[in-house]
Write a protein that binds this ligand. Structure first.
Ligand code: SAH
Ligand code: SF4
Length: 475
């Protein structure tokens, strides 16, 4: 689904876009087929959304999408650097492309995204991966047509890392989802958690204007999108760099987005516990279109570890916030992010953290093994935790989360939930699937309905990661 925005800011690049369209027309004549593009994203939802824009820009310049890199004439890897294994994976993939380029010398290879915001990575790519043609950072998507033109016309390798603090507006987007879409509302982060590389590679917080966000949401709704997830590293502080009171500006944005006709559900991520204001909780509680769901990364349940992580809240403060959320939004689903193996974490601190995590009874959690990111304060520490200890702690944590997720699903048995219908289940095509407001997958038998329809489903059986139910009525 191609989405173009009425915002005219992409046309600043019209010179390069037209040049690339012309080059692509010549290519199609010479090769008997249009230039084929393949984009692969490694990383979080924000990276996924940027990957849709990279593909959108390429298709807008008269390329066609292919599903495998072997068929492609242009390959772009949109990378992530939050954890080291994501980075290693990219290096592995890029290495493999060398052979492909030998067989197909006209192949254009680009590496974009978070990873290329690190000077050491750029040096490594320039030096050891000479088959890479384009190295570009996160703010440079709108310059992609120009970079591709330079490679084709001048046979030149291009590195453009200039745009970290830029917000690219009006970028066309190619979305594979039909009823759900992500909308990034702010970029960067000011929090500098001691383990995290994001503020270094994504720069300081910059919020998009309400007008630009609304132009995008309205275009998506016109294209048939019915569920929007607003994205940012810390959405609660939306607008705060412009002097708007953070929590208030974001709460107002939620109310505004909920007014868009055709949009049935609105979600957001991620919230930082120190910034989740009463106004935001109130907006989730009172707006019928707001999904009763909050993703609230805890990272650790031990106050001393939280202090060393520079998270700026204590376990007690988190407990109080969680109680307020659950009190004000009955039936709310709360998910979290956790890090295991943070440097210096003692057995006692780990135990304290586990007890707190158990007490929180999360509906869902992503558990990450601590990854040492060069340039962050935690990476400089000498008291890194041995791998075997980290893995044992990870398993303990996983058990607690599996138990609490199962309990949360089990508590839904016999209740009637509102489900947005998506279509046949991928793992079991004889069943249909949809999602609850809490984003849990529900399986039910075939229905005469279309994606986006809201169904009432009675939950019959709870599994840890999904639910099975019976459709009662259509709304
Ligand atoms: N801004 C969001 C998400 C940032 S990245 C937030 O603060 O919650 C998503 C998750 O990756 C984080 O919540 C954290 O749990 C994890 N993460 C970030 N840096 C990490 C690191 N160096 N090692 C392991 N996990 C990390
Ligand atoms: Fe990283 Fe912390 Fe910012 Fe999240 S809030 S992106 S964990 S620095």
């Amino acid at each position: 689904m191609q989405i173009k925005y009425p915002v005219d800011k992409y046309s600043d690049h019209s010179g390069a876009i037209h040049r690339l369209q012309e080059l692509n027309r010549q290519f199609a004549i010479e090769h008997g087929h249009p230039r084929k593009a393949y984009v692969q994203t490694f990383g979080c939802q924000m990276s996924e959304e940027e990957g849709e824009k990279i593909l959108g820009v390429l298709l807008d310049s008269s390329m066609v999408e292919v599903n495998t890199q072997d068929e492609a004439d242009v390959i772009i890897y949109n990378t992530c650097c939050v954890r080291e294994n994501a980075e290693q994976k990219v290096y592995g993939h890029v290495g493999v492309l060398k052979g492909l380029k030998k067989r197909k010398p006209h192949l254009i290879i680009g590496i974009m995204g978070c990873m290329t915001q690190q000077p050491t990575v750029v040096e490594e790519l320039k030096r050891s991966y000479r088959h890479v043609d384009i190295i570009a950072g996160t703010g440079n998507i709108n310059n992609l047509p120009d970079m591709v033109c330079q490679v084709i016309e001048k046979g030149r390798r291009v590195a453009d890392l200039s745009g970290t603090e830029r917000i690219a507006e009006g970028t066309p987007k190619e979305s594979h989802g039909n009823i759900k879409a992500w909308v990034t509302i702010m970029y960067g982060c000011n929090n500098f958690c001691s383990y995290c590389i994001v503020p270094y590679v994504r720069g300081r917080e910059r919020s998009r204007s309400v007008e630009d966000i609304m132009a995008e949401v309205t275009s998506l709704a016109k294209a048939g999108v019915q569920e929007i997830t607003l994205l940012g590293q810390n959405v609660n502080s939306y607008g705060s760099e412009r002097g708007l009171p953070g929590g208030q500006a974001f709460a107002e944005l939620l109310h505004t987005v909920c007014q868009v006709e055709g949009i049935k559900r609105v979600r957001f991520m991620t919230s930082h516990p120190k910034d989740l204001s009463d106004e935001i909780i109130e907006a989730v509680a009172t707006e019928p279109k707001m999904c009763k769901q909050i993703h609230l990364p805890l990272q650790s349940g031990c106050t001393e570890t939280l202090r060393q992580m520079n998270r700026k809240y204590t376990a007690d403060q988190y407990r109080a916030l969680l109680a307020k959320i659950r009190d004000r939004i009955p039936g709310v689903t709360v998910s979290t992010d956790l890090i295991t193996g943070f440097p210096g974490e003692t057995d006692e601190q780990h135990k304290e953290s586990m007890a707190f995590i158990e007490e929180c009874a999360f509906d869902m959690a992503y558990i990450f093994i601590y990854s040492r990111r060069t340039g962050t304060p935690a990476a400089k520490r000498e008291d890194q935790i041995p791998e075997d200890v980290v893995h044992a702690r990870f398993e303990e944590m996983q058990k607690i989360i599996t138990d609490s997720s199962y309990k949360s699903s089990k508590a839904q048995e016999g209740t009637v939930l509102t489900v947005m219908h998506e279509g046949p289940s991928q793992s079991n095509p004889s069943m249909m699937t949809g999602r609850t407001e809490g984003n849990k997958i529900v399986l039910y038998s075939h229905q005469d309905c279309k994606p986006g329809d809201i169904l009432k489903v009675r939950i019959d059986t709870a599994k840890t990661w999904y639910l099975e139910g019976t459709v009662i009525t259509e709304d």
